[in-house]
Design a protein around this ligand. Structure first.
Ligand code: SF4
Ligand code: SF4
Length: 236
């Protein structure tokens, strides 16, 4: 077994999710991601259990590990008590730590996602908050959404939300002590460190491509090539 396999073995998700795979394909049959993407959890588990560094490195640098929705449907059905979704979580973590995620399009999207969703959790206490949204980033939502964003206070007030105010209710302003607690949870659970890995490796990739972090963020946020879905031609 190679060094990357040994690294995976240190991850509790891998220990829990990786036993002997008999290649039955039940996980793939139940997997909602396999329905849409060129994605096959059976192949991932089979490839990982061979323990080849070369194959695991290729996986860590591929789009494949970013297709999983982490729904864990596979965990409930595997006759060998494997958890392909847990194996994928361990692969994602290792890919993020080593910076291999910057070698695939779906992996590179970790940068805009972290800058938006993870930062939103720390700033607002919500992964998506209307104050973090720009209409220009979500043109597909149409002009009504633009109008809503320009009239948030009135719209959310009419809907009974607690937008921008403290106290119970949807969209309430989180007290600073709760935000501090969230940050402490990120710190002790490894979330902060993982965000740092994403920023460090993504900004190195941006520099390699001759882009500023802002340009790289915009590019990875907007750029999505064809070839990821089952209904399209061969994935490259
Ligand atoms: S956790 Fe991932 S691999 Fe497992 S069923 Fe859900 S999407 Fe598929
Ligand atoms: S269901 Fe379990 S044993 Fe069957 S292919 Fe998937 S991981 Fe392997």
């Amino acid at each position: 077994m190679g060094k990357l396999y040994d690294e995976l073995c240190k991850d509790y998700r891998f220990k829990e999710g990786m036993h002997t795979c008999i290649n039955c394909g039940t996980c793939t049959a139940i997997c909602p991601a396999a329905e849409f993407y060129k994605y096959d959890p059976r192949k991932i588990v089979d490839m990982v259990q061979r323990g080849s560094d070369e194959e695991i490195e290729a996986l860590l640098k591929s789009d494949t590990i970013w297709y999983c929705g982490e729904c864990m449907s596979c965990v409930t059905r595997c006759p060998r008590k494997n958890g392909p979704g847990l194996v994928v979580m361990a692969l994602r973590d290792l890919s993020t730590r080593l910076g291999y995620f910057t070698e695939s399009e779906k992996g590179r999207q970790l940068y805009p996602l972290t800058r938006r969703l993870a930062e939103n959790i720390l700033r607002f206490g919500y992964c998506v908050h209307p104050d973090s949204l720009n209409y220009e980033d979500h043109l597909e939502s149409g002009p009504v959404f633009e109008w809503v964003l320009n009239n948030k206070k009135e719209v959310y007030g009419r809907l009974g939300a607690q937008y921008g105010k403290e106290g119970p209710g949807a969209l309430r302003k989180m007290p600073q002590k709760d935000l501090d607690e969230l940050k402490a949870i990120f710190d002790v659970t490894g979330g902060t460190e993982r965000m740092e890995w994403v920023y460090k490796h993504s900004e190195a990739k941006a520099a390699e491509w001759g882009m500023t972090p802002e340009q790289y963020d915009r590019y990875t946020f907007e750029h999505c090539s064809r070839g990821h879905f089952n209904t399209e031609g061969e994935n490259l």
